[in-house]
Write a protein that binds this ligand. Structure first.
Ligand code: HEM
Length: 231
């Protein structure tokens, strides 16, 4: 009787500490998302002030910071997957990976909604989609894949799919969606990036340029890890 009570007590305290850890990871990912959005907002504000002498922060700039924060968090999540293979503390990297990915998905969903619901004068629907069909399809497909990954990350779905298949589907969806989101940003911002590279007129590039380069680094690192594992 006493032994059972002891065992139940140990189980209860183990589940309480795993719930506390889960909330710690969630809060840290939310804090990272907030920090990325605030940094993006400040960056776009300073860039606009230098480039156009306009000292105003509006929803248009906020939406840009949501977009770049989303791509950054998703790239960071996949970057941590590769770091897990080379790190001395692999569990730490893995624990954060899922939560940064989820934070990136929600920020990306907010960006997609904000673009068209709250900025109809800049990106009116359906005419924006008619004028930018490839960019819209790339963004929507990336978002749908990240949404699918969020569903797959539920423990009940993992159990039903089985560990190996679950991991393969997540990996494939994650890198495919990262490429689609990177191309989505690239096609939309190409003219701005080229203008910056040719003239350096704005002093600072659009934040999407370093963020897309970081996404490319995450992808290249993954390919290098894959090649090393095969060897
Ligand atoms: C997770 C999915 C997505 C990611 C990671 C993403 C990321 C980005 C990035 C990095 C930019 C460039 C921001 C800038 O420097 O101005 C951008 C621009 C844009 N995206 Fe997305 N996007 C996603 C989904 C979507 C969706 C679903 C839509 C709506 C169909 C959308 C609509 C736009 C628009 C209208 C712009 C132009 C914003 C501007 O020039 O200010 N995006 N996106």
């Amino acid at each position: 009787m006493d032994r059972n009570a002891g065992r139940n007590g140990t189980r209860t305290s183990a589940s309480a500490s795993s719930t506390a850890l889960l909330w710690k990871l969630r809060l840290r990912a939310a804090a990272a998302a907030l920090a990325a959005v605030v940094f993006g907002g400040l960056y776009f504000f300073v860039r606009q002030a230098i480039k156009d002498d306009v000292w105003r922060f509006d929803f248009y700039l906020f939406n840009k910071s949501l977009a770049t924060a989303s791509l950054f968090l998703i790239a960071l999540s996949l970057f941590l997957t590769s770091i897990h293979f080379i790190s001395r503390r692999p569990r730490r990297a893995l624990a954060y990976r899922k939560h940064y990915g989820l934070a990136g998905f929600w920020t990306g969903a907010a960006h997609g909604l904000a673009s068209h619901l709250f900025l109809p004068e800049k990106f009116p629907l359906p005419s924006w989609i008619a004028r930018h069909p490839a960019e819209a399809v790339l963004g929507l497909t990336a978002l749908a894949l990240f949404g699918g990954m969020a569903v797959l990350s539920l423990a009940s779905v993992k159990g039903r799919l089985g560990g190996a298949l679950w991991r393969r589907v997540l990996r494939f969806s994650g890198y495919t969606a990262l490429i689609l989101a990177g191309v989505h940003a690239g096609v939309l911002k190409w003219a701005s990036w080229m203008k910056y590279i040719k003239t350096f007129e704005s002093v600072l590039p659009s934040l999407s340029l370093p963020v897309v380069l970081f996404a490319a680094v995450a992808l290249i690192l993954r390919l290098a890890v894959r090649a090393a594992k095969r060897r």
